[in-house]
Write a protein that binds this ligand. Structure first.
Ligand SMILES: N[C@@H](CCC(=O)N[C@@H](CS)C(=O)NCC(=O)O)C(=O)O
Length: 234
């Protein structure tokens, strides 16, 4: 019998977006419950997730939190093209490679966020450069065989489920004047061609863009940058 799934989410949250991608790739039916994270959480939501964060997933009555763990649970519970099980041939190694890749990407992405929310131009340029350097040294070599997706796959894998929402931001935000240094996109394309090809393939997938609202994310990002500037720290 199909599981009963409710996803508590906010569409502009990149962490919650991961669960959307996983559920859609796995073709699972689910109910979406939008949580307004700009106001104090309701007692009902705090009873589901006491941390108040999104996402939370209720799966046949079990409450799951933390986007990485939720998506891992989903792919482990529903065998698919996304990730092999540990006991399949090559499965343990694939799982290691994907986890290593995702971990490396999320570390690099921290520099991108620092650049976006920086309070002065010098800090922005330094963090943007650190992001590009981390992509070139740590991510680019891991994408040498992407075809177009991780590990030579022609379909999305768990690596893209975990990173796609962040890639949408990396490729969209620099197109909005003043959020990142002007040379950011040109440098990324020139210095990290594997990353460039792979990330564009990822953001071309319907399951990745289904709930993506660029205008809304840009508006919220600009508002947060203003707050960071007023406070004088990121
Ligand atoms: N480590 C968490 C991070 C989730 C997270 O930071 N969610 C943010 C929105 S993007 C949130 O719920 N913020 C509400 C708040 O801080 O009150 C995960 O991966 O699920």
């Amino acid at each position: 019998m199909a599981p009963k799934i409710s996803l508590y989410t906010a569409h502009h949250c990149p962490w919650a977006h991961r669960a959307q991608i996983a559920l859609r790739e796995l073709d699972l039916e689910f109910e979406t419950v939008l949580v307004d994270i700009n106001i104090p959480r309701t007692p009902e939501y705090l009873a589901i997730n006491p941390s108040g964060l999104v996402p939370a997933l209720v799966y046949d009555g079990h409450v799951l939190t933390e986007s990485g763990l939720i998506t891992q649970f989903l792919v482990d519970s529903h065998p698919s093209h996304l990730l092999k099980s540990s006991f399949e041939l090559g499965g343990a190694l694939q799982r290691f490679s994907v986890t290593f890749f995702v971990d490396s990407y999320i570390k690099a992405h921290g520099f991108f966020d620092t650049a976006v929310y920086s309070y002065d131009r010098e800090q922005e340029a330094t963090a943007a450069q650190k992001y590009i350097d981390a992509i070139v040294s740590n991510i680019e070599p891991l994408l040498v065989d992407a075809a177009p997706f991780f590990g030579g796959s022609f379909r999305l894998t768990f690596a893209e489920v975990q990173t796609g929402s962040f890639l949408l931001r990396v490729l969209a935000l620099p197109r909005h004047g003043g959020i990142l240094p002007d040379c950011f996109i040109k440098d990324l394309e020139g210095k990290a061609p594997n990353f460039w090809r792979w990330s564009h393939a990822v953001i071309g997938e319907k399951t990745v863009t289904a709930i993506w609202d660029e205008r809304d994310v840009v508006k919220r990002t600009l508002a947060r940058i203003e707050t960071a500037k007023r406070r004088g720290k990121p």
